[in-house]
Design a protein around this ligand. Structure first.
Ligand code: NDP
Length: 509
């Protein structure tokens, strides 16, 4: 079945299929089991019962370590502006051209049953089924992230999860990490603004965050960042509203996305590029491979190129959304990764996760299938369900003609490719400039600075005193007034005995 078609298991309601075992044997009564006499023990020969129980016992696959809780839908991308001066990418090469897609939105740190409205960045992934392969956008709803050194990713994520001793979320752990890794200050500013609690998945923007290369057949390239802006306008909950929604309806964003699409009220996003030539990038103030920095829009304006709409719900959540497998390494001719180290590590880590969760043949799962793929040198493995390339030779054989389409890689960025390898970028004053810019942006929106201070204080008050102090110092580096205001708002708050904060106090850190 090609992607975006109705799954084979879907029947019309009026149809009356014959109920069978998993091997197709008709069964009269799904709720009875074979036993010896009226009250005798069960029989091992009852394949229906054994198969049903055994399958039930294996229903769960590992949840994603990050982005476990999410929702998704299908849709379509349309090119709105000519960008042939930038790329030969198939999906983007004609104004008006449409490409089918599937999107999944998610929180980052929470488990599969956690509330949709929790304060957290959001994942914003889209898979485009282009004529030359699947192109995945594995974006967030923030233009930056907490780190720029990939080895910090698992370490950082641990601090957002549960304390290994108490099995509780832990504010001390959370702020201890952030206040000792202050390159995260910019993302902290985004997370604790009201954008950290979006009103719905439909009301948030998506950003590549990473720098990519858009390439042309002659090998020339430009560096780009992609922005997707919701056509509904960014809308957020306050901290109090998000907390209330978490209690009333932990699945609020999932429900909102499904119901609005079901009602024909389709969300859409307008897509823009920021573009820097290699020469411009060399003299740019900000390191374009530093995931903690944006490219200021006044200096690098947004250039529109397309729009996507989500207009169809999945038939089956598990098959189509739990099993959808995105990766930034799923690229197509016309786009390449930049040297951004966090992007480079994600190129490995995402497919590695899929091989673990879904198996080595995860690309054969219908929602992940490209429009056409022919790769008979990848054979066998668990769940090789697509015919396994039949009798095709499993090596470049003189008995099978194959077309190897030339795809010229882009030129190296020579000036940078030969530079010395840096282990880690130390935190400098530069790391507090863009957080300060965001503080000013918040100052232009009524009540947003006050909300920010309250959002931080409510969370930080649960951390231990030394961590709180270090965090005030971090905010003071962004803005003197900000550090003082957060301290004044945080110190008087004492947690409720059953609040998360009180739980944190049990952790022996
Ligand atoms: P501008 O001063 O030109 O514009 C501010 C941008 O901030 C807006 O375009 C909007 O981005 C975003 N924004 C508005 N309100 C909020 C909010 N409450 N929380 C988070 N972001 C908000 O932007 P600059 O490019 O000069 O950057 C200033 C600061 O804006 C940056 O330090 C960064 O933190 C933030 N920002 C920058 C982005 C970029 O890629 N340059 C993107 C998003 C935020 P949008 O229209 O995308 O919603």
């Amino acid at each position: 079945m090609a992607a975006n078609e109705k799954p084979a298991g879907t029947l019309r309601y009026e149809e009356k299929p014959v109920y069978t075992t998993s091997n197709g044997c008709p069964v009269n009564d799904p709720e009875s089991s074979q036993r010896v006499g009226q009250n005798g023990p069960l029989l091992l020969q009852d394949f229906h019962l054994i198969d049903l129980l055994a399958h039930f016992d294996r229903e769960r696959i590992p949840e994603r370590v990050v982005h476990a809780k999410g929702a998704g839908a299908y849709g379509e991308f349309e090119v709105t502006h000519d960008i042939s001066d930038l790329t030969s990418l198939d999906m983007l090469n004609d104004v008006g051209k449409k490409t089918k897609c599937v999107a999944r939105f998610s929180t980052v740190g929470g488990e599969k049953g956690s509330p949709d409205s929790a304060r957290d960045p959001r994942g914003f992934s889209v898979k485009f089924y282009t004529e030359e392969g699947n192109w995945d956008w594995v974006f967030n709803n923030t233009p930056i992230f907490f780190l720029r050194d990939p080895s910090k990713f698992p370490i950082f994520i641990h601090t957002q999860k549960r304390n290994p001793q108490t099995n509780l979320k832990d504010a001390t752990m959370f702020w201890d990490y952030l206040s000792t890794h202050q390159e995260s200050a910019h993302q902290v500013m985004h997370l604790f603004s009201d954008r950290g609690t979006p009103y719905s998945y439909r009301h948030m923007n998506g950003y590549s965050g990473h720098t990519y290369k858009l390439t042309k057949p002659d090998g020339t390239f430009n560096y780009v960042q992609i922005h997707c802006k919701t056509d509904l306008g960014s809308k957020t909950f306050t901290n109090a509203e998000a907390g209330q929604m978490a209690a009333e309806n932990p699945d609020s964003h999932t429900q909102d996305l499904f119901n609005t699409i079901e009602d024909g009220d389709y969300p859409s996003w307008t897509c823009y590029l920021q573009v820097l030539s290699p020469e411009q990038a060399e003299s740019f103030r900000w390191n374009i491979f530093d995931l903690t920095k944006v490219w200021p829009q006044k200096e690098v304006p947004l250039r529109p190129f397309g729009k996507f709409i989500l207009n169809r719900n999945p038939e089956n959540y598990f098959a189509e959304i739990e099993q959808v497998a995105f990766s930034p390494s799923h690229m197509v001719p016309g786009v390449e990764p930049s040297a951004d180290p966090v992007l480079q590590s994600r190129l490995f880590s995402y497919p590695d996760t899929h091989r673990h969760r879904l198996g080595v043949n995860y690309q054969q799962i219908p929602v992940n299938q490209p429009l056409r793929a022919f790769n008979p040198y990848q054979r066998d493995g668990i769940m090789a369900v697509n015919g396994n390339y039949g009798a095709n030779p499993n090596y470049p054989s003189t008995y099978r003609n194959m077309t190897y389409k030339p795809v010229k890689p882009s030129q190296e960025h020579e000036k940078w490719a030969g530079a010395a390898v840096a282990q880690q970028l130390p935190v400098t004053e530069e790391d507090f400039v863009q957080p300060a810019m965001l503080w000013e942006v918040l100052g232009k929106q009524e009540g947003q600075q006050e909300n920010f201070v309250g959002n931080v204080a409510g969370h930080l008050s649960a951390a231990k005193p030394a961590v709180r102090q270090r965090t005030y110092e971090m905010f003071t580096k962004i803005n003197k007034d900000l550090g003082k205001r957060i301290e004044e708002a945080t110190e008087p708050i004492s947690p409720h005995p059953q609040s998360q904060a009180a739980g944190n106090a049990q952790a022996r850190l």
